[in-house]
Design a binder for this molecule. Structure first.
Ligand SMILES: [Zn+2]
Length: 268
């Protein structure tokens, strides 16, 4: 497993450098905040999140995936398939159930209190991809265990899915401009920066679209795919948290526990 983690680190490292380079050379959206303080704030939220994953999520979730595989629990153990197909199918089903989770964290008011910290970023770039409140990461652990148990995902599938998802979220949160025709074609397969930019819009009807985190298929199947809003027309963020004074690091970490009157988007 140690080699897997080294490989995971190398893949993510290369992706970060490539994406940051493209963001600098060809930005997609104009920034509202200087890049450095914005990156430092998101890195701080991300560091608390990374510690949470390292100390809490991985020690629970990884042994659980080993147990599920050892005991033969879950859907994929009911069907006879070559191992490589089982791993691929596990990753696809983990991706679909993450799509479902993403809708839940928007639609359930008590989960939105945590996910709003991610959406309150007034600029969208690769650093937003690690800006998840540690509370959201803790709450997602039972969901992750349920995903693994129902699907029957083993540790190998889990690590591959986690790596692919991390690279995917770094990519689609990024402020990297891709040629429009290329991005339109790519959006048939995976979530792209322009797609996810629409999901980070302060306008509720735009935010309530593009829920996928890996394959774009899920939004296309569910009729929630959008690529019809120009990025210049989008205000990134959430309407009730638009002043720079309310999106400081301390206020963001405290927000889920102290906030009142946070409307779930679309129900305001
Ligand atoms: Zn969201």
């Amino acid at each position: 497993m140690r080699n897997w983690f080294l490989l995971q680190g190398a893949i993510v490292g290369v992706a970060v450098v490539a994406i940051a380079w493209r963001e600098t050379r060809r930005p997609l959206r104009a920034r509202v905040e200087p890049r450095l303080p914005h990156t430092i704030r998101n890195a701080a939220v991300g560091a608390v999140g990374a510690a949470t994953v390292h100390l809490l999520e991985t020690p629970i979730v990884l042994p659980f995936a080993m147990l599920v595989e050892g005991r033969g629990y879950g859907l994929l153990h009911r069907i006879a398939l070559p191992d490589v197909l089982k791993v691929a199918l596990a990753c696809i089903l983990m991706d679909y159930t993450l799509f479902v989770w993403h809708i839940l964290v928007h639609k359930l008011r008590w989960l939105w209190r945590f996910h709003i910290v991610h959406h309150a970023d007034r600029d969208l770039d690769a650093s937003t991809a690690i800006r998840f409140h540690f509370g959201e990461l803790v709450i997602s652990i039972p969901w992750r265990l349920a995903q693994i148990a129902v699907i029957g995902a083993g540790p190998q599938a889990l690590v591959i899915w986690q790596t692919a998802t991390l690279v995917s979220i770094l990519f689609h949160h990024s402020n990297a401009r891709l040629p429009e025709r290329f991005e339109r074609a790519l959006s048939h397969l995976i979530v792209t920066p322009r797609m996810h930019g629409i999901h980070h819009s302060a306008a509720a009807d735009e935010m309530n679209s593009n829920w996928s985190s890996g394959l774009a298929l899920w939004d296309r199947l569910h009729g929630t795919f959008r690529l019809d809003v120009p990025q210049e027309a989008i205000t990134i963020g959430v309407p009730e948290l638009h002043s720079p004074r309310v999106v400081t690091l301390g206020k963001m970490l405290a927000l889920p526990f102290v906030a009142r009157n946070l409307n779930t988007p679309g129900r305001a």
